[in-house]
Design a protein around this ligand. Structure first.
Ligand code: SF4
Ligand code: SF4
Length: 86
């Protein structure tokens, strides 16, 4: 069994039995931040295990780093983040 995050059908991995090591960027969903909803609290920045979030006027996702893990979605009390297909 792969050790995927179990976040959905994207995280199944190749099934080699060696674990997927989070290498799911090509098929994983992408975190998208609603600019009108983000209150710039910064909670997601500290939560992202991939370092894919930075703070500008609002939180911004580095699309090359985001693994689609969903941690930011869960931590955002404003409901400003959603996972969407790439
Ligand atoms: S946790 Fe939500 S409201 Fe806070 S900075 Fe991140 S996206 Fe914005
Ligand atoms: S989905 Fe995961 S990797 Fe992508 S920005 Fe959110 S916490 Fe970071």
């Amino acid at each position: 069994m792969p050790r995927g995050d179990g976040t959905g059908p994207w995280g199944q991995g190749p099934g080699t039995g060696k674990g997927n090591g989070g290498c799911e960027k090509k098929t994983a969903p992408l975190a998208v931040i609603d600019a009108g909803t983000c209150v710039s609290c910064g909670a997601c920045i500290d939560t992202c295990p991939a370092g894919a979030l930075i703070m500008k006027d609002i939180a911004v996702v580095d699309t090359l780093k985001c693994t689609g893990c969903g941690a930011c979605v869960n931590i955002c009390s404003a409901g400003a983040i959603a996972l969407k297909p790439r």
